[in-house]
Design a protein around this ligand. Structure first.
Ligand SMILES: NC(=O)c1ccc[n+]([C@@H]2O[C@H](COP(=O)([O-])OP(=O)(O)OC[C@H]3O[C@@H](n4cnc5c(N)ncnc54)[C@H](O)[C@@H]3O)[C@@H](O)[C@H]2O)c1
Length: 381
């Protein structure tokens, strides 16, 4: 068996009430100055817990400036604020954008490396500030991944800081935090989580351990996301998708994603299309491209999705892709780049940009050249 290293947070708390558990644990942790990154919509849910920490003598500062998908420049500014505050602990309570920012800030508070020096795989040399992540979308799985992704405004590309030091000390996954996520964001972020699982399963570096997370995650999300989209207060569906998102995050460190994410990135960096939506739109087209290289694996996915009764693997593999397409459309996501106001004349530039994401393209089961990428974008247009 291939060797695999699995990193997880030292403490992973999952279930209703995890939010309260975080504040209880934090109060006992001995840290004195907590810097929280969050979003305004979450404030009413955390206000009382913060007051309690302050009554107990712990200083708390909150930053709620990150709207969505921050750049390195934005998080560097917030880092200055955390430094001035003298934080000895950082918590991210938000979607992937907030969690990634919290990871960056916790890592850089005491670090002498510059941002440019930590971009890439394994370049960050350490992290000495405590870090907790509490996802409010389901989601990126960032709370259990070693990744943090930002826009580099110098060349308008999305880039990752990938390091085991970005694995939070603790993750608290409270599905109740996701109840207020609007339907469209529920759909985008859920399909992102599904894609993490799928791309880890159909991957040159797939591994039997991660395969279990991937299949279970796809099953949970496929079965429950539409329910959570239709009825945001369906707690069972929210919990299932939140759990699926954790499984998706656990796929990211050891195996990671592939061409769907690589081809989705430029849509985010160049046209500000939300990360999950970019993935959702590209997903069927990349799967169709990958199909000949992974018929058996697509057929396994068909079974995980409950699509049984096919005699031939080719047929069940195709059925899986067809079902995923229908599922995405059922949540009112357009499967056309033209519907996202992306100009056809830009497709070559977009393909050139995607080709730079070799850290993910090298995971893809089928090689993708510039012409292949362009062809995939043309079919998606
Ligand atoms: N680190 C990783 O492993 C990893 C993995 C995948 C994606 N990412 C990154 O994460 C970012 C995307 O994160 P995301 O998809 O979670 O979206 P997001 O964090 O950008 O949030 C999307 C929107 O939903 C809102 N929102 C979040 N939680 C809410 C709630 N409970 N109620 C109401 N509104 C809420 C946010 O304010 C925002 O407007 C991208 O930058 C992407 O590159 C990171």
């Amino acid at each position: 068996m291939k060797l695999i290293k699995l990193n997880t947070p030292s403490q992973l708390v999952i279930g209703d009430g995890s939010l309260a558990q975080f504040f209880e644990d934090f109060g006992k942790s001995g840290h004195q100055r907590l810097f929280i990154l969050s979003i305004p919509v979450i404030r009413p849910l955390i206000e009382n817990y913060i007051l309690k920490l302050e009554e107990d003598g712990i200083a708390v500062q909150i930053n709620e400036q990150i709207a969505a998908e921050p750049s390195f420049a934005e998080v560097e500014q917030i880092l200055d604020e955390a430094k001035t505050f003298g934080a000895d602990a950082v918590a991210g309570i938000g979607g992937g954008s907030v969690l990634d920012a919290a990871k960056f800030i916790a890592a850089q508070l005491q670090n002498t490396q510059t941002t440019a020096e930590i971009i890439g795989i394994g370049n960050l040399q350490g992290r000495s500030t405590y870090l907790a992540c509490l996802p409010t979308t389901a989601g990126t799985g960032s709370e259990v991944s070693p990744n943090a992704i930002f826009l580099d405004t110098t060349d308008n590309e999305k880039k990752g800081v990938i390091s085991p030091f970005l694995m939070p000390d603790a993750a608290y996954v409270d599905p109740l935090l996701t109840v207020g996520v609007p339907p469209a964001v529920t759909a985008f972020t859920g399909i992102d989580a599904f894609t993490h699982c799928l791309e880890a399963y159909i991957n040159r570096f797939a591994h039997p351990v991660v395969d279990r997370f991937a299949l279970e995650g796809m099953k949970l999300i496929y079965k429950n996301l539409k329910k959570a989209y239709d009825h945001g207060d369906d707690l069972e569906a929210r919990a299932a998708v939140a759990l699926g998102s954790v499984y998706g995050g656990m796929c990211l460190g050891p195996v990671n994603t592939a061409a769907v994410h690589a081809l989705a990135y430029p849509l985010g960096s160049k046209y500000k299309i939300a990360h999950g939506l970019s993935n959702a739109v590209m997903l069927p087209y990349v799967l169709e491209y990958n199909l000949p290289a992974a018929v058996d694996r697509f057929s396994d996915i068909a079974q995980a999705l409950g699509l049984n009764g096919y005699t031939y693997k080719e047929d069940s593999a195709k059925a899986a892709i067809w079902a995923i397409k229908e599922w995405i459309v059922s949540m009112n996501i357009p499967l056309k780049l033209s519907a996202l106001s992306i100009p056809e004349t830009e497709l070559e530039d977009i393909a050139a940009s995607a080709l730079k994401v070799q850290r993910l393209l090298r995971n893809n089961v089928r090689e993708i050249t510039f012409d292949d990428a362009l062809d995939i974008y043309k079919r998606a247009f």
